[in-house]
Each structure stands twice: as C-alpha cells, then as structure tokens.
Ligand binder design. Sequence first.
Ligand code: DOR
Ligand code: ZN
Ligand code: ZN
Length: 425
Amino acid sequence: MLDLALENCRINQNIVNIGVKDGEIAKISKSPLKADKTINIKGKTILPGLIDAHVHLREPGYEYKENFRTGSMAAAHGGFTTILDMPNTKPETNTAREFKKKIKIASKKSIIDFGLHASIQKLKEIKKITPLKPASFKIFTEKTENHKISRILQILKGSKIPLTFHCEDPQIIKYCTRRLKNETNPESYSLARPSIAEEVATANALAFSHHYDHPIHICHVSSKKTLQLIKSIKAPVTCEITPHHLLLQKKDLKNAGAIAKTNPPLRPPKEAITVKDLKMIDIIASDHAPHTLKEKKENIWKAPPGIPNLEVTLKLLLTLNAKKRLKLAKIQEMLAEKPAKIFRLENKGQIKTGMDADFVIIDPKKTGKIKADEFYSKAHYTPFEGTEYIGEPVMTILRGKVIMKDNEIYDNKGSYVKSSHITLK
Ligand code: DOR
Ligand code: ZN
Ligand code: ZN
C-alpha cells in the first residue's frame, strides 16, 4: 500500500499519478493509485523539488542575519527541497569538527534537506572532511594564493570532489576600489570590482582545472566575457548564475542602492549576462546572502554584499517562462537535475521511481508582485521589490511530506544529504 498518491499531476503535456512509499517515488502511472492519503493536484505542473546549490544560511555565528530554521522556511516557500549551505559562517566550516557541528545544528533546525560545502584553512583537514561527504570545497580567490590552490588540487586528486570558486582578482579590486572610495553614486561599486577582476581570476581557475584535470565549479558568473572564457577551454568546469546577475544590471544599484550590492557586482548592459546566454551555463543558484536591513542601509562602501533570493528565484524564472523566454524543462534542468549531478546528490533532482519524493507544484497562471514583507527569511528587502510575476510555487513536498501549501509552512525535520563523491584515503 502506498503512503501517498498525488493525482492529476502535469508533467510536460501528460497527466499522471505519482505514488509515494517511505519517502520515495514508488510509482508513476496513468491509472488511478490507491494510497493512505491522496492529494489531487488538479492538473497543475509538477517539477522535482528544487535544489539550491549556493545559499548562506548564516549559522553558526550570524544568526541575527538568518538561521537554519528561517532560511529553510524561506527555501520551502520558494519551492526548494534541498539547499547546499556555504561555509563562510563563524567559525568557518573548515574543519571536520566544525563540519560535524553544522550537520548537527542544521539537522535540528532545517525543515528541508541540506548538504554542505566546506572551506579550507589547514590543508590537513581536507582528508578529514571528505568522509563527511561535503558537496564541494569552496575557495575565494581573493583569499587563496595560487600555491595553495595547487596543493589543494594535489590533495583532492582522484576524489572528483569539485573545487568551487568565487572568482575575483584581489589586486585589481584593491586598485580600483582605492580610486573610487570617495564616489557616492552606488553604481561606482560596479567599477570598484570590474568584470576584468572576475575574468582574470576565472582564467586562473581554469588553468588549474586544465592542468590537474580536476572538476571545478565557478560560482555566480557576472560577465559575458567570463562565460566566453569558460566555454573556450577543454577542462572539467561547470558554472552557475544567480537571478540578480541574470535579471539586474549596474543601473539597479542606482535604484536600489546597497540593497543591490553583491559580489561580484551587477554589470553594465554591454557586459551583463542575459537569458539568451543561459545555454552556456550549467545551473542557476540563488546565492541567498541575507544581512540585516540596518546593515544594508549603510553607504554603498560600508554595507555588506549579498541579496536574499530564496523566495524570488522561482517566481522570476516562471515569469520568464510565461513570457516564452525560458522553457520549463530548462528551469528543471538548471535547478534540479544538474545541481544534483554536479554535487552528486544521488536521490535528488528527478521525478523517477526510486528517487526521493521531493516535488514543487506550480500554478503557472498565478500573478502578483514581489513583496519582501512576505518573506520567511529574516531579510525583509529585495532589489526585486514590486516586480510583477506570473507563476508561483503553490506546494512544496519533501520526501512525501507537504512542507509548504499556499504560502503556509508546515513544520518538518530535514536530513543531511551526503554527496556521493569518492572519499580520500
Ligand atoms: O555578495 C556576496 N555575499 N558575495 C559573497 O561572495 C559573499 C556573500 C555573503 O556571504 O554575504
Ligand atoms: Zn561568492
Ligand atoms: Zn555566495
């Protein structure tokens, strides 16, 4: 007997019934299914639960900005069932001890499933962290010298664990920032960290991937030329874009001030990436990076960078779909299938028997305006405030359990998702 049957689900042009047993997809069938509980989806579109491969839920250390409860509620509200959390917490997630601690905290508080990226300080911790199955090791090129990147890749050899990069060249940033520090126009922030800083650092990262033949993942690509560089090399590299780098530009810094401040910054029209460029990009990730509104109200130089995106990403992408600029299949690929593949989340990312019963149900016709005061995130602001959207997630299901319905969140306990990369000996 099935635990749950989801009736009348739309997958592409087909209407199917999905049966769930023990949190997994047990059956996909055109004929009616018998189960303890039945939910009639009434022909709405169903996608695999979305995976956000890049979020900052700020715990431990910065709980005043966000924590695993509020951040995971925001994720469920936005249609995500799995998030991969970034390691720049306090302390950093750069030792096996801190990694285990974060699993413990998140297991208690997260309402959705989660994996973790690790960072690196002491090289000897790398081998101790790999048995804990991190999604990747993440480095900031601003803080990691080349000889260290070499050492890291030598240690990771054979593991295929991706090395994830935030690419911006520290020397270029330092020089440009110094020249612009007295400018008050928020748009100058974009020039303080020009796209050449990203391109140089990306070329450097690509050289490492090419030399060591090791998978690397480039976060939040902001410039078209960066993309062209990535595409020009034969190396095991994947890349990611955020909703803000896809849909906003430098001028939005003028409109929204530090609310639109992020690293790497938004770009002028000539350099910015557009929807047409998505064919060159592997995944979309929110880079949900919440701060307090008080912090964001500081001037453009002092305010911290980062935009809270978990609750706007899917709505914005569904709007592109409604306007026939982006296929639903592409959304599914970039927010479920590919993140699962790159970070090896074996039971996630597809609607197929044997996979986790994670779903997001979409009403493609529902319209509204983005309103940050409706966020479950602690960060009640967004540069997309007032943006009209078409299409929204109306139900989120994690391993057969409804965790969001019509914007209401239902309490739940998420689990740690191991990445099935090879462990180092
Ligand atoms: O805008 C950003 N915010 N870029 C980063 O690289 C870090 C992030 C954060 O943690 O706030
Ligand atoms: Zn980053
Ligand atoms: Zn980030």
